[in-house]
Unconditional design. Structure first.
Length: 248
């Protein structure tokens, strides 16, 4: 499903000063150009931008968006605040750039996961094929959750996340509709919405744990999804009976 790109962010004058001790440390050119985008895109600057965004992801995860500052991001990246301001005018611009990169990769991830060819698989294997890359992306990119939740997040990120949310729900409904062709359309819509909410709730628990405990919650999430959907599967494609998943 085509997805509209969100509009440009507010200018630095509209968005206000950064927080946590950043006042008075802007470079003279920090007010020029559109906020929400790094202003210097020369090839020599791409590596520095990537370095700053990686540092920002770590700071956002450890401090949250509100608790983060450009000074903290600069320290994490091992550069001066002045160097940071050569590429980003404020914290909001960094968050928008990082958020756009992560949401682009998220689109690619769920686009590859939600494909109609997966309806040829038994239910347990289909769930593995669809859920594994989605879970892996979130575990590998914890800043994605930080930048897509919370009232303080820049509006441009929130709007684009809402578009992605609607697109994923549509993909879920399409996949389930193809997998359960005899199910009435209204029930497919309700089932897709419920499955989507179950996944998001389970993912929150997965993200709160690490190591073996995280793996245990991943198994629990798949078990919940399977046990919710399995009663609806009367006749799977080619008459294959889905294998049951034992409760961990």
């Amino acid at each position: 499903m085509p997805e509209a790109r969100a509009g440009a962010a507010a200018t630095p004058a509209q968005s206000g000063k950064d927080t946590k001790g950043d006042q008075g440390t802007r470079s003279p050119d920090a007010g020029s150009g559109a906020a929400g985008r790094p202003r210097r895109r020369q090839a020599r600057g791409e590596a520095r931008i990537a370095q700053l965004l990686e540092a920002a992801a770590g700071v956002f995860c450890s401090s949250g968006y509100n608790g983060a500052s450009t000074n903290a991001i600069a320290r994490e990246a091992g550069v001066s605040p002045g160097t940071l301001y050569q590429f980003f005018p404020n914290k909001e611009a960094i968050a928008i750039e990082l958020g756009e990169q992560l949401m682009h990769r998220w689109r690619e991830t769920y686009g590859a996961a939600f494909v109609v060819s997966h309806i040829e698989l038994p239910l347990d294997r289909m769930l593995d094929t669809v859920l594994d890359p989605l879970i892996a992306f979130n575990c590998e990119n914890p800043a994605f959750a930080v930048l897509t939740h919370g009232s303080e997040i820049p509006g441009v990120i929130t709007r684009e996340h809402d578009i992605l949310h609607a697109s994923m729900l549509t993909r879920t409904e399409q996949l389930l509709g193809a997998y359960l062709p005899e199910l009435p359309a209204d029930q497919v819509a309700r089932t897709a919405a419920m499955a989507f909410v179950l996944f998001k709730a389970g993912l929150d628990l997965v993200m709160e744990h690490e190591g073996e405990e995280r793996e245990a919650y991943i198994r629990e999430l798949k078990s919940v999804m399977y046990r919710y959907l399995e009663p609806l599967v009367c006749d799977t494609p080619d008459g294959v009976t889905p294998a049951r998943i034992d409760t961990p």
